[in-house]
Design a protein around this ligand. Structure first.
Ligand SMILES: C[C@H](O)[C@H](O)[C@H]1CNC2=NC(N)=NC(=O)C2=N1
Length: 182
């Protein structure tokens, strides 16, 4: 864990210019506050590092994260609010509530039926590698839809957003353009 003891030489601790948030205006004498300074600095430093660590964990690019096994007993679906927070990270996908089950959905038009099946195969290999699987639909031979949700809990988990982000990283649109010439 991060524990960096930073002992500021009190002479250099600019008490007056320190951010208000560090020093409550309890009218404490500067001597008392000065005594507290090293611990206050350490706590804020610690928090800063922890916050940076947390930011790293919820890294912007979901496609760099890995899906986790959905076999935890207490796995529960995320709230609609949380889903809306994550949604901007997968802008091509829509959030839908399918009879009470929150899902991610994205549609593509394919050139022909075989291209659709090829598309499924590419996504299938990704899903197998992640251990998390989308629902694949190919309707009217060229309307391809992918829906992603976590069946184990009947709703959305971070796995679903990670898988959606990884599917986007496949850049299947350029695949569809390339193969449509064949
Ligand atoms: C143990 C393993 O994580 C589970 O069997 C996985 C497989 N793929 C999955 N995919 C999806 N979408 N939901 C699940 O609940 C799920 N469970």
């Amino acid at each position: 864990m991060f524990s960096t003891r930073l002992r500021l030489p009190l002479a250099y601790a600019p008490l007056k210019s320190s951010p208000k948030s560090l020093f409550r205006s309890h009218g404490r004498s500067s001597t008392r506050v000065a005594e507290l300074l090293p611990d206050i600095v350490e706590i804020s430093l610690h928090k800063g590092i922890l916050n940076r660590f947390r930011t790293f964990c919820s890294s912007k690019d979901l496609s760099l994260q890995k899906c986790v096994p959905c076999n935890k007993k207490d796995l529960s679906p995320m709230t609609e609010g949380t889903a809306n927070v994550l949604k901007p990270k997968v802008p091509e996908w829509e959030l839908l509530n399918d009879g009470g089950v929150m899902k991610l959905r994205r549609k593509w038009k394919v050139k022909n039926f075989l291209q659709g099946l090829e598309f499924f195969k590419i996504v299938g290999y990704l899903a197998e590698a992640e251990g998390h699987h989308p629902d694949l639909h190919l309707v009217g031979w060229n309307n391809l839809t992918i829906e992603i949700w976590t069946h184990a809990c009947g709703g959305l988990t971070e796995n679903d957003f990670i898988l959606a982000a990884k599917i986007d990283k496949l850049h299947l649109e350029s695949y569809l353009r390339r193969t449509s010439k064949t």
